[in-house]
Write a protein that binds this ligand. Sequence first.
Ligand SMILES: NC(=O)c1ccc[n+]([C@@H]2O[C@H](COP(=O)([O-])OP(=O)(O)OC[C@H]3O[C@@H](n4cnc5c(N)ncnc54)[C@H](OP(=O)(O)O)[C@@H]3O)[C@@H](O)[C@H]2O)c1
Length: 338
Amino acid sequence: MKAAVLVRFGNAQDAFEIRELPDLPCKPHEVRVAVATFGLNFADVVARLGQYQDCPPLPAVIGYEVVGQVLETGAEVTHVQPGQRVLAFTRFGGYATQIVTDARAVVPLPDFIPDAEATALATQYCTAYFSACMAINLWPGDHVLIQAAAGGVGIALTQIAKNAGCTVYGTAGSDAKLETIRKNGVDVPINYTTHNFARVIEKTAPNGKIDVVFDSVGGQSVREGIKLLNSGGRMVCFGAADMSGANKLQVAWKAMQFGLYHPVQFMLRSASLTGVNMLRIAENKPLVLQQCLQEVVKKAAEGQLKPIVHGVYPISQLWQAHEALQHRSTVGKLAIQW
Ligand SMILES: NC(=O)c1ccc[n+]([C@@H]2O[C@H](COP(=O)([O-])OP(=O)(O)OC[C@H]3O[C@@H](n4cnc5c(N)ncnc54)[C@H](OP(=O)(O)O)[C@@H]3O)[C@@H](O)[C@H]2O)c1
């Protein structure tokens, strides 16, 4: 098989080499897939910059999700057959022409969902679904703040929150992105480069407070978000984009900006602070991840969820896709075709 191997940390153009690698064995509980398309995630950029602690040592094949055709199933696998089109999670290894993964991380894919949209349903939509429907509950009438609402997870969270009957406040970094998030369902789009999101919410939300915050930016944005929480409020932290590309001193400074909290503060307000890391869920609760994957594919097939695709790149333009993601010029999913 071939793979785009991460061979050195740093700029995207020099980071990857296409290499021939031996096929991996397919164990009884696993599925081998011939990959047509794989998805990119912000974590891939962080891994390429050498700042992702879970990234395997170099040379490494990164990548969390693929769409392709089943080539082989292990003896214990019954829910997918060779030849079937599937969406699959990989714990790294996705930037390859073949992957082997746990059968619970593989789901059949309806033909009418295009490859690139399907890749968004894996990491980004499952993160959103787990965060909004399993880690916490969204209740009809909740006022919900979604940071980075134009990112892949932000788009998914917006759709889930609107389906649940919530009012959504979403932040993004440019007016062009604001237009997209408005069309995606955000009721109060906020350009955080020209407006302080906390002040906008204090002026527009009932009592100036919010019921739920989804934060992938980290640092000061978390501290501000917690201050905005209503009693009964829920704060879900699942990323720290603000720390990407920062040096050690800046990381330490930004880490302090999160703030310090005592459980009693949360108890008195009946509020909660929850962290989400889907890699840990995949390792420790594979059936929960399977349920997320099945649910988001079902809801996409029913038309309740609709990923936005920023672009589909050929493998020869992997580095350009990585640069676009790093420089925040994208809205929605980036996928790579072999
Ligand atoms: N915990 C988990 O299991 C898990 C799973 C998936 C993703 N994540 C995390 O969730 C975040 C969003 O993922 P995604 O797939 O939605 O990414 P994405 O599509 O690349 O969107 C990320 C967006 O975040 C915004 N952003 C705000 N501050 C940023 C900064 N300092 N540097 C870069 N971008 C910044 C940018 O939008 P603006 O230009 O509008 O600010 C950017 O486009 C990432 O941090 C990712 O690592 C975590």
